[in-house]
Design a protein. Structure first.
Length: 330
């Protein structure tokens, strides 16, 4: 039977090369073989304050960008999370079954707590994984393409789904993460032991934003931090900068790490960087062109509306089943 696949991206910050390689690339590759859903996680975006006008624009930017990256609405139900009310409702019901201890062990919460102490953290950040669980369980999704940083959330989704099934009888399918072999964690080019993050400022030299001017992107690649050894091979521990560059090259050219190592065995770092810069140009420019065509077209709204209606058909059925199981549908 065809499996259901789902993934989402928050409309906060700017879409990075890491977001593309970690999740969207795989989604696009697999969308035709699955019953596919992809959404803009605008409710998740509310866990940290952003100006409402900025959120609105980012939702549309991201929608146009998804389509430009190859999300095909003929095969995929493509929508905005808050357009389908069932996400919020199921998120609330799932939160009731979740333990504070489980939530406070999540990396995102823990690292914020270490930085600023728990008193000042919004509840949204703590309960965020329960909404994410609802996003997935609502559609009985079994395949969830994500980057490494989301693995913990998918594991928690399984736990919460299983807990519900045990208490109330089989209701949800349990998902598996689909994490790419290469590029599950693209690192910051200036600080290759830290994740490339979309909350980085636009002038961050270590972060590649897909919609940025291509000349700036090329400069960022050319100034990426490496090491003094001048030998090109993959070793994340001892050569994090070079390994990150190899991962990027491998992901955008669909070559294996071994193939890339073979190609550059007698080359210097400058040659590797130049090759990556020109491959990125080849890869990014058509995306930017398609993005510009979608961004201000009425078609964008039509696609999102249609996607939300389709998604709602599944979501409302599932929520009804959940309410019946809980005894709150008389
Ligand atoms: P978000 O918006 O932070 O990131 C979107 C996707 O990009 C991946 N990613 C990366 N992959 C590789 N290298 C990186 N440097 C990198 N940075 C980000 C993330 O792992 C993610 O797959 N909670 C999610 C959104 C979400 C979701 C869901 C995803 C909400 N509900 C249900 C899947 C299913 C998030 O904040 O992703």
């Amino acid at each position: 039977m065809t499996k259901t696949m789902i993934t989402g991206v928050q409309p906060s910050g700017n879409f990075t090369l890491g977001n593309y390689i970690g999740a969207i690339k795989n989604f696009v590759k697999l969308q035709k073989e699955h019953n596919s859903f992809i959404f803009i996680a605008d409710l998740h975006g509310l866990t940290s304050y952003q100006k409402p006008e900025d959120i609105k624009n980012r939702i549309l930017d991201l929608a146009a960008l998804y389509l430009a990256c190859g999300v095909d609405p003929n095969y995929t139900n493509f929508f905005v999370q808050s357009d389908v009310n069932e996400h919020g409702t199921l998120g609330f019901l799932i939160a009731f079954q979740c333990r504070v201890g489980e939530l406070s062990r999540m990396t995102q919460y823990k690292s914020k707590k270490e930085k600023q102490g728990k008193e000042g953290i919004d509840l949204g950040l703590l309960i965020y994984p329960t909404l994410m669980a609802a996003d997935i369980l609502l559609y009985d999704a079994e395949v969830v393409p994500v980057g490494m940083d989301q693995k913990q959330h998918i594991e928690m989704t399984r736990d919460l789904g299983e807990r519900f099934n045990k208490r109330y009888g089989s209701t949800f399918k349990l998902p598996d993460y689909y994490i790419p072999e290469v590029g599950a964690k693209i690192m910051n080019l200036q600080n290759p032991t830290e994740k490339m993050s979309k909350s980085a400022p636009i002038d961050d030299k270590g972060t590649i934003f897909i919609l940025d001017d291509i000349n700036i992107t090329k400069k960022k690649i050319m100034s990426a931090v490496t090491d003094n050894d001048n030998k090109i091979y993959f070793d994340e521990e001892n050569k994090p900068g070079i390994s990150n560059l190899i991962s990027i090259y491998s992901a955008i050219t669909n070559k294996t790490i071994k193939e890339v190592e073979g190609m550059f065995v007698d080359q210097n770092y400058g040659t590797l960087k130049k090759e990556i810069a020109s491959e990125l140009e080849r890869f990014i420019l058509p995306i930017q062109e398609r993005y510009n065509n979608y961004r201000y077209s009425d078609n964008l709204y039509k696609i999102l509306n249609k996607g939300a209606k389709e998604a709602e058909k599944y979501a409302s059925k599932k929520l009804l089943e959940v309410r019946e199981k809980l005894g709150i549908k008389y």
